[in-house]
Design a protein around this ligand. Structure first.
Ligand code: ADP
Ligand code: MG
Length: 345
């Protein structure tokens, strides 16, 4: 693997400590439109350590994919304003990289897996050629070496009979196996940060569980930070160490996964937890969060969640709560977080 140039490593890092996979501070993304700027992501900060799996959880439209694309440097600068006070992946400051350098870092230092495996794979190239191309381009590997490394990668992600399948085309694999192929391509160059954007949404439940197990194993084996984007709480309980809950473009709560499930501190996180189907709910009506999430072009005043919030008081309409520490290891952006977290459930 190509190491980051020494000059780009932050000097504050204690010697011997690996740099975090992701250090993001104050990310804001807005899209240009005829009616003005659309603020899709506002002041988002995230940390992912090596080997850690952080789930970014939120309803559809909350800004999760926009955040992922901003980290990867994939937004079109002609139509999108992206700003951050810090954006570092494996100690490399991405804000000072030019387009060529960013392209090289994508794949080798950070990579992104989407849910739509079929459209992300090239239908006219064999799997061996597609993965092998990465080794040839980034490492200058010979054809033979690229082929054997591709086969190793297929077996690492659990494709049965990996060596025999290297000459197959994407359509010859099932949906779940194609998702494994995409993950193989994303981790082939051993990135320090893997962002998986709803990687299991299109898959059936059994395959979903297998893909999550795979991500869980790979981050340990490769000591890779994983940012797992999902709207599915089941996915979070399965594998996440910690969770950042996103609502209307902002992080509203961060906590360890256990702490969040035990005692949410933000009413939105609380509402998400109570809307999860559990055995107790079989046959009865599932609670749902009333109302729908706001669009970034028309955000409510004060706390963006207040129109849907069972805890809302008058000041929630006017005051936007900052994300602040509520208890050790727990941050929430709610005026009433201390009361919410105390509720016995
Ligand atoms: P999700 O959390 O479901 O991944 P997204 O990050 O895709 O949500 O989108 C967040 C918000 O930004 C949505 O309201 C979406 O409509 C808006 N958005 C995303 N991409 C664009 C774009 N290119 N132009 C304008 N608005 C966009
Ligand atoms: Mg999305």
């Amino acid at each position: 693997m190509t190491a980051a140039p020494i000059a780009e490593r932050p000097s504050a890092q204690p010697p011997g400590e690996p740099t975090p996979a992701l250090r993001l501070r104050g990310l804001s993304v807005s899209f240009h439109s005829r009616r003005g700027a659309i603020p899709a992501v506002r002041d988002v900060s995230l940390d992912v350590a090596r080997g850690q799996l952080l789930a970014l959880l939120g309803e559809s439209g909350s800004g999760k994919s926009v955040t992922a694309r901003a980290i990867m440097g994939l937004h079109d600068a002609r139509t999108t304003d992206v700003s951050a006070t810090t954006l570092e992946v494996a100690g490399v400051n991405l804000q000072t990289q030019n387009a060529d350098e960013l392209r090289r870092l994508r794949g080798s230092t950070m990579s992104l897996v989407f849910q739509d495996a079929l459209s992300a794979l090239n239908p006219v190239l064999t799997i061996g050629d597609q993965i092998g191309e990465l080794y040839r381009q980034h490492h200058g590997a010979s054809r033979k070496r690229a082929r054997s490394q591709s086969a190793e990668m297929l077996s690492l992600v659990g494709i049965p009979g990996a060596t025999a399948r290297i000459d197959d085309y994407p359509h010859q694999f099932s949906g779940g196996m194609r998702q494994r192929l995409l993950i193989a391509m994303a981790i082939a160059l051993e990135p320090e940060l893997l962002i998986a954007d709803e990687p299991t949404t299109a898959l059936d439940v059994t395959v979903q569980a297998q893909i999550l197990e795979l991500l869980d194993r790979l981050r340990r084996e490769l000591n890779m930070g994983v940012l797992l984007i999902t709207h599915d709480l089941g996915v979070v309980c399965e594998v996440a160490d910690s969770v950042a809950v996103m609502y209307a473009g902002r992080i509203v709560e961060t906590a360890s996964a256990d702490a969040l499930f035990d005692r949410p501190a933000h009413p939105y996180a609380e509402a998400l937890l109570t809307s999860v189907p559990t055995l107790g709910h079989v046959g009865s009506e599932l609670p749902v969060i009333p109302g729908s999430p706001p669009v970034p072009a028309a955000l409510p005043s004060g706390c963006a969640f207040h129109p849907r919030c069972a805890w809302a008081v008058e000041s929630c309409r006017t005051t936007r709560p900052e994300l602040r520490t509520v208890t050790q290891g727990r941050q929430a952006a709610c005026l009433r977080a201390e009361e919410v977290i105390r509720v016995e459930r």
